[in-house]
Design a protein around this ligand. Structure first.
Ligand SMILES: [Zn+2]
Length: 424
């Protein structure tokens, strides 16, 4: 049996329940074989099939609806065949809900040391030689067929092609997977951006073909939805071309060509123009398909994403900064290691409803961070992940209630006002 051009009855779907006027924002539900995701939603990252320092049960309790892992990392260790044998990513890590994996494109190019700092969110603060490694330093090499890269674990050489990325992601078995793309930086030349875009388009067709083949071959497995990735850096014409091309892309099967189930908006994004760039793409992409913004998760950026038509987000920031003792609060960021917290016998944020804020004080967290106790990472991560998950949940509720912009003004007024800065 062939799968339809627009899959239906396979356990994956997207339904929009509210689409308020005056913005591209929408409220909806993504259905997957492992459960539903109420959108807009923040998807915490468990890179290597674990959100560092936190139990999956705790992630569920703090409101995470789905988790995102990395195909590149799981391919290198333990090997995607191990996850396949284990019954897929969700079962392997004891996560009772939907999962995403990225394609590995970003990781082979960034961890393969093609780039030093890939997402130069503020282009002005980096020089190009700080972002793009010189040829000698590069451990990832791109050609039209794929990418050859050196493992960051043991230095062994590997090759990812669109076909291999699809095979790896099918073995890992996440509900939502991404097409293999070439991720560029804001500092690549315009000419190179054009070349990378065409390569990503050609790879998109190869991903659709391989995905269609694997879906048929593995028809006893739960359906996996494939998202195409939109690149184009800071160029309006390239972003619009990429959105038009990827929306129209079909597999080469003459009888039953398939398209993408959704879209990942990726690549180099300048923080100052994030909203404009998202609008270029989201005004073109088909409204009925879900859109994921790759790797963005600072509070102020989440607002920009939601009001410009993003349905899901992922970002390592919340857990990564937590492990360095930085926590979000309603009035900005706080660093628990700072001396001011030594006798602060109150929660991180008295408006927070997380487990950490219900049971622990800043003074205790200050103590365990200063003592380098493992529990520090656990407690701070629980708070930060809850803060971000809840913030996007609150945006969804405000969209439904019709007071989104009032909620945003109130949040951003306080968040910036006392912290002095809201950026990372
Ligand atoms: Zn908290």
């Amino acid at each position: 049996m062939r799968i339809n051009a627009l899959p239906s009855g396979n356990g994956f779907g997207f339904e929009i329940s509210h689409a308020p006027e005056k913005s591209l924002a929408r409220v909806g539900t993504i259905s997957t074989p492992h459960g539903d995701i109420a959108t807009p939603a923040f998807i915490p990252v468990g890179t290597k099939a674990t959100v560092k320092a936190v139990l999956p049960e705790t992630m569920k309790d703090l409101g995470a609806q789905a988790l995102l892992s990395n195909a590149y990392h799981l391919y290198l260790q333990p090997g995607s065949d191990v996850l396949d044998e284990a019954g897929g990513l969700a079962r392997f890590m004891n996560w009772p809900g939907p999962t995403f994996t990225d394609s590995g494109g970003f990781q082979v190019l960034s961890l393969g040391v093609g780039f030093k700092k890939v997402l130069a969110m503020d282009a002005q603060t980096f020089r190009s030689d700080e972002v793009v490694a010189g040829n000698k330093e590069r451990l990832a090499h791109v050609d039209d067929e794929g990418v050859t890269f050196k493992s960051h674990i043991d230095g062994s050489m590997h090759r990812f092609t669109p076909e291999i990325s699809m095979q790896v992601q099918h073995q890992i078995g996440a509900d939502i997977i991404f097409a293999f793309d070439e991720c560029t930086t804001l500092h690549n030349t315009r000419k190179y951006q054009e070349k990378a875009l065409e390569r990503t388009r050609a790879w998109g067709i190869r991903c659709l073909d391989e995905h269609q083949k694997l879906t048929l071959e593995r028809s006893q497995k739960p359906y996996q939805a494939l998202y195409g990735v939109i690149q184009g850096a800071q160029y309006e014409d390239l972003r619009k071309k990429a959105a038009t091309d990827m929306a129209a892309l079909r597999s080469t099967d003459p009888d039953s060509p398939i398209g993408f189930d959704g879209f990942g908006l990726g690549g180099a994004l300048d923080k100052k123009t994030l909203g404009t760039i998202l609008t270029w793409m989201n005004e073109i992409l088909p409204a009925e398909k879900p859109r994921h913004l790759l790797g963005i998760g600072a509070p102020e950026d989440l607002f920009v994403g939601v009001e410009n038509g993003i349905d899901t987000f992922d970002c390592v920031l919340a857990s990564r900064i937590a492990r360095t003792s930085a926590v979000y609060t309603m009035v900005g960021r706080n660093n628990l290691s700072n001396a001011i917290n030594r006798r602060a016998f109150e929660p991180i944020d008295d408006e927070c409803d997380c487990y950490t804020c219900a049971h622990y004080t800043k003074a205790y967290l200050h103590h365990v961070f200063r003592g380098k106790e493992i529990i520090a990472a656990t407690l701070a991560t629980i708070h930060n992940e809850r803060f971000i998950v809840r913030l996007v949940d609150q945006m969804r509720a405000a969209l439904i209630a019709g007071d989104y912009f009032e909620f945003k003004a109130e949040f951003m007024g306080r968040y910036k006002h006392l912290s002095g800065q809201a950026r990372d």
